[in-house]
Design a binder for this molecule. Structure first.
Ligand code: DON
Length: 556
């Protein structure tokens, strides 16, 4: 009898092990702690939107260089019944801003004013964005969603080696802006925990008072005072009046795919649509991935799209952005008429279409699919690493330096070397142009891919190449994410390659054809976090190995 029971147990155990459980939900983000918090919310019965709120707040704690409550972002979603939409919780210019606020009396750009300290701060949108998501789609109480982040701030987290290096890199700047006692200037050794009690308290105030806890009252006063002391102009009205906006996504077809992405004030969706439409007639998959012809085709399409970006794209609430025209297939076919396989185009000779310095960069993207079939992709940022470096000590968080995403002077490149036009000049309450590209792909009318990445101007081309790797080159999602990338953005006229990933002969051949390549500008491009859903509804999440990114799953 005992022997029988023993064999029965072995049999049952064996059955359990041999049948891997089906993945029914996934969260993939820049940090393990945040992905775990997100998936736990789904385990509790929450949906992808609930998990989005919890993951976002967790990133604000354990990924302070980009995760934030002092910045902003964009969310794309697809509900289980196929509705797709986007939420814009991008920062906006303070009401006292003006076009020339970063120029001296001779009209020259004052170095650092749009990137460091008080004047570089745009009105933060994150907390208003999260409450807006909760109001429309949340299923668990907000208190439940914010609590894990409060605990994480209070108990602390152990920063990764990459994070320690990054904090070290900016330490002097933190001290010069915030004083010696500032939290992130404390001496951290490997294995130490970062405990942020001030942030735990801030999150508790938000838990109790809703978004007013951030945009009104003590925290708002601290934000305004810190910014004022650092030479900024953001005032209490700016905080009181901030509102996120639901926006229609950019929608286009590429071959048999339906693609949805972020529209203005992001350039991401329009540029992605332009580049894909420009290359569509050439049937890319006849040229091997990252071969000379594939690179030529993509570079030339990118060159033309970023040129249009510079002239036509900005906040569509303030300008007429001719979206339909810019993503029209006929217009885009014409844009490629000057493309030749023989020789590189020269950016100086590519003008925006006729329709009549790098510092360390940090943004973060996460993707979520829940067991109900809802999908969410969010890209959120302080702009560069730790934003303005201005730390609201009493509140425990950094403020963004998103003002640099405006064209602070026409023709003057921003942090990412991007040149913008008048359409993106500073105006009170206007949103600065972004490149963030949270994107959803449908195949045969079904959810197929959720993805996005950090990387400033290179966001668009990293998202682009990941999509192409999957649908043109048939790669599994993780391989598509890992695969080496390159980037061109019109100006500077240079192809940026990921280091040590492209052969010398290929580079030589491209140079011979007139392509400009400066190896000193090569760098890691993006950290794509994606979830792919195959025809049998099986989920695979891909965390980019370029960072500390991590995927967590719920299994049935
Ligand atoms: O909105 C934008 O396009 C930029 N502020 C994003 C910055 C960024 O991606 C930095 N990251 N690596």
């Amino acid at each position: 009898m005992i022997r029988l029971l023993f064999f029965l147990l072995i049999f049952l155990f064996g059955c359990n092990n041999s049948q891997p459980k089906k993945i029914v939900a996934a969260v993939v983000s820049a940090k393990k702690e945040a992905s775990e918090i997100g998936i736990k919310i789904i385990e509790k019965g929450g949906n992808a939107f609930d998990a989005m709120i919890a993951t976002d707040l967790a990133l604000a704690v354990c990924y302070p260089s980009a995760g934030n409550i002092g910045g902003g972002g964009f969310m794309i979603y697809r509900t289980s019944d196929g509705q797709v939409g986007t939420l814009d919780y991008r920062e906006k210019a303070p009401e006292k801003s003006n076009k020339d606020m970063f120029l001296d009396s001779d009209g020259n750009v004052i170095k650092g004013k749009s990137t460091i300290g008080g004047l570089s701060v745009g009105v933060p949108g994150t907390i208003a964005g999260l409450f807006e998501v909760h109001k429309r789609f949340g299923s668990l109480p907000f208190e439940t969603l914010i609590e894990p982040a409060i605990q994480l701030a209070r108990k602390g987290y152990v920063p990764t080696k990459n994070q320690l290096k990054n904090i070290e890199l900016y330490k002097d700047l933190f001290v010069s802006i915030n004083g010696k006692k500032t939290l992130f200037a404390s001496n951290l050794k490997e294995g130490d925990r970062i405990i942020n009690e001030a942030l735990a308290k801030t999150l508790e105030v938000i838990k109790e008072n809703g978004k007013d806890g951030f945009y009104k009252g003590e925290i708002a006063k601290h934000i305004v005072n810190n910014i004022k002391e650092s030479g900024g102009i953001l005032n209490i009205n700016d905080l009181n009046n901030y509102t996120p906006k639901w926006r229609t996504p950019i929608y286009f077809k590429y071959k048999d795919l339906d693609i949805y992405s972020m529209g203005p004030p992001s350039s991401g969706g329009i540029c992605l649509a332009q580049i894909l439409s420009m290359i569509e007639p050439y049937n890319l998959n006849q040229y091997p991935q990252n071969s000379i012809k594939a690179i030529q085709l993509l570079v030339e399409a990118q060159r033309r799209s970023y040129s249009d970006r510079s002239k036509f794209l900005g906040d569509s609430d303030y300008n007429n952005v001719p979206i339909d025209y810019l993503i029209n297939k006929y217009y885009l076919k014409n844009r490629m008429k000057s493309f030749s396989w023989e020789k590189a185009s020269i950016s100086e000779s590519i003008n925006p279409g006729d329709i009549s310095t790098f510092e360390s960069e940090e943004t973060t993207h996460y993707s979520i699919v829940d067991n109900y079939g809802n999908a969410v992709g969010v890209t959120t940022t302080l702009n560069s690493s730790f934003g303005s470096k201005l730390f609201v000590e009493q509140g425990g968080f950094f403020l963004n330096n998103q003002m640099d995403d405006f064209s602070i002077k026409i023709g003057q490149p921003n942090l990412y070397g991007l040149i913008g036009g008048d359409v993106n000049s500073v105006q009170p309450n206007k949103r600065m142009l972004s490149s963030m590209t949270p994107t959803i792909v449908e195949k045969d009318g079904k959810l197929s891919l959720v993805l996005g990445t950090p990387g400033g101007s290179t966001i668009i081309t990293s998202v682009l190449q990941t999509i192409l790797n999957i649908y043109e080159y048939g790669m599994p999602v993780q391989k598509a994410v890992n695969s080496p990338r390159f980037h061109h953005q019109w100006f500077p006229d240079n192809i940026v390659f990921e280091p040590n990933a492209f052969g010398e002969k290929l580079i030589k051949d491209l140079k011979r054809m007139g392509y400009k390549i400066d190896p000193s500008k090569n760098k890691i491009l993006g950290r794509v976090d994606a979830i792919y859903i195959n025809q049998d509804n099986l989920l695979t999440a891909a965390a980019d190995p370029r960072g500390d990114d991590n995927a967590q799953y719920l299994r049935e």
